[in-house]
Design a protein around this ligand. Structure first.
Ligand SMILES: [Fe+2]
Length: 572
């Protein structure tokens, strides 16, 4: 049973969940473990989708008649025309005859305490939209957040021609917004005359009111809220440059020693204080900084030594050749030594020399979106603290011993590094469901993967190579070994109660990459991305110009390759 418990903890420590920090409205400037825990609790309890469904349900429950009835009970009640208007979508009479009517109506809905739009039609804008839920959630965080000015873009569909544009401008003025850009075009929607795009700055609270107000007018056939850069909020934000990973460090904090009674360090005040100090380093870290050095204590180095000496024996026999080769290199360069824990900065420099991967310190277990996103930039987010001394051979959360012994060797292997980056690139802008699948693929490969090597099965998963109990189980005849096929691997549930009953075996990293690429091409993302190592920027390949530049670069590369082959064939 000990082994079962260890395996469970082992597996839980790699649990990865979905969600970008920013996508979920997390204010990255305000960081503490407790804040992260609160935020995570919120996300776990109410995923964005469930919030949306709940809100939509609420919108449906509030019958329009009730809305109107409540409106009539207000001091500034909505005029009778509104009732007719709200219940008759075909009614062409503009709802707002002047701004005096508009404002009382807004107040009525504000007091109802929801963000329903008061319309009942089949239009896609009917009911509470996801964008508004995201905006409303951000606004409800605090009074400051509610009054924070949000840059946004809205598209309004005009039924009655450009004459009704004046009403929009008046409404923006009423809600103290400032218009940055405005353009119109003949509408492509049936029954609509023109579409108007307006970019504006406005407080979140007022923006929500503005949307509701415009929805209530029959002059307009719908309104869509877009994100700041005109991409729908439904398309998740994702980092385009390595520096933006500063915003991708949201933690899952359920295993923090400060918060989890079952954590081996829970009752150890000194350990908890130490963890806090090291977490602060990660929170304060910014792109471009050198990773601060940690003076590891004698106890911490002792814990490292205990694990290291065990792994040294095991890897020779059970790790794949690529892992063994880099492990030896790390030892030869005196980065992996028994007596002391390697510094992340020296390991990061080692990785950079070999594959261009670098490390950045993480305060704990990150959400899947944030973690996978960093891989796209060849950045690995690594913890820097050490597990509790009473539990050297397993830990309820990742620590630097797991990162260093499990992950570092293969991140210095070119083929594996590329595989890791491709998982990361595929995650950028992926849907929640796809992030879940990518996380699962990551789980069964990078963390618990096996591969073939000269007729034998070897381990390459970091979770196996730093947790020998499961390593021995994985290589015994007990579990079922299946060939790695991303489509089926991605939907295989995790086994959390005991050792994994199924492991996936790759023919080779190259084979895994080929299969992975084919699978990724079936994902829903409507664009391709590419990492430009010179600028550390992810480029979205969405224009002919960009593709032409890329083709030109590739032609140059091909020319060099062709020349090289020719020189090798005819050396003299
Ligand atoms: Fe890991």
């Amino acid at each position: 049973m000990m082994a079962v418990a260890a395996a469970q903890k082992n597996r839980e420590m790699f649990a990865i969940k979905k969600s970008y920090s920013i996508e979920n409205g997390y204010p990255s400037r305000r960081r503490s473990l407790v804040d992260d825990a609160r935020f995570e609790t919120l996300v776990v309890k109410q995923t964005k989708q469930s919030v949306l469904e709940e809100a939509r349900q609420r919108a449906n429950d509030d019958s329009l008649e009730d809305c109107v009835l409540q409106a009539q009970q207000q001091e500034h009640h909505a005029p009778q025309e509104d009732k007719i208007e709200l219940n008759n979508e075909e009614h062409d009479q503009p709802q707002f005859e002047d701004e005096e009517e508009m404002i009382p109506n807004i107040e009525v809905h504000e007091e109802q305490g929801d963000y329903t739009d008061g319309r009942q039609d089949d239009n896609e804008d009917a009911g509470l939209t996801e964008e508004e839920v995201v905006l409303a959630n951000a606004a409800s965080e605090s009074p400051e957040a509610e009054n924070a000015v949000q840059r946004a873009a809205v598209v309004v569909h005009l039924k009655d021609g450009m004459g009704s544009l004046g009403r929009i401008l008046k409404a923006v003025e009423t809600y103290r917004g400032s218009i940055l850009h405005l353009e119109s075009r003949p509408s492509r929607n049936d029954g609509m005359d023109h579409d108007v795009l307006i970019k504006l700055d406005m407080t979140r609270a007022n923006l929500l009111q503005l949307i509701r107000t415009l929805r209530q007018s029959s002059s307009f056939g719908g309104i869509s809220l877009l994100a700041e850069n005109n991409i729908s909020v439904k398309t998740p934000w994702f980092p385009k440059h390595a520096s933006e990973l500063d915003n991708c460090n949201h933690l899952m904090t359920k295993y923090e020693p400060d918060l989890d009674m079952n954590h081996p360090g829970f009752a150890d005040k000194v350990y908890r204080q130490r963890r806090k100090e090291i977490a602060e380093i990660a929170f304060a870290y910014r792109y471009g900084d050198a990773i601060p050095r940690i003076e590891y204590t004698e106890v911490e180095n002792k814990t490292w030594k205990a694990v290291f000496t065990t792994v040294v024996d095991l890897v020779q026999k059970h790790a794949c050749a690529e892992y063994r080769a880099v492990f030896k290199k790390l030892r030869d360069e005196n980065i992996f030594v028994e007596e002391r824990i390697p510094q992340l900065e020296e390991v990061s420099n080692f990785l950079r020399r070999n594959t261009g991967f670098t490390l950045r310190p993480a305060a704990g277990l990150l959400t899947a979106r944030d973690f996978l996103a960093s891989l796209a930039f060849r950045v690995f987010q690594s913890t820097q603290y050490v597990r509790h001394v009473t539990s050297p051979y397993h830990t309820p959360e990742p620590d630097c011993i797991h990162e260093l012994l499990g992950h570092m060797p293969l991140l210095a292997d070119p083929s594996f590094a590329q595989f890791s980056q491709e998982i990361g690139l595929a995650s950028l802008g992926a849907s929640d469901e796809e992030i879940e699948k990518l996380s699962t693929v990551y789980w069964f490969t990078v963390e618990f993967g096996l591969c073939k090597e000269q007729g034998q099965v070897k381990a390459y998963g970091a979770g196996l190579l730093s947790a020998y109990g499961e390593l021995l189980h994985a290589l015994s005849d007990k579990p079922e070994l299946r060939p790695f096929e991303p489509a089926s691997t991605a939907v295989q549930p995790y086994q959390d109660q005991e050792y994994q009953p199924i492991y996936y075996v790759a023919e080779s990293f190259e084979d895994a990459k080929d299969k992975f690429r084919r699978w990724v091409s079936t994902m829903s993302r409507p664009f391709e991305v590419r990492f430009n190592p010179h600028t550390e920027r992810v480029e979205i390949l969405d224009s002919v110009d960009k593709l032409e530049t890329l083709v030109s670069q590739m032609n140059t590369e091909l020319l060099h390759l062709t020349n090289a082959i020719s020189k090798l064939r005819n050396p003299y």
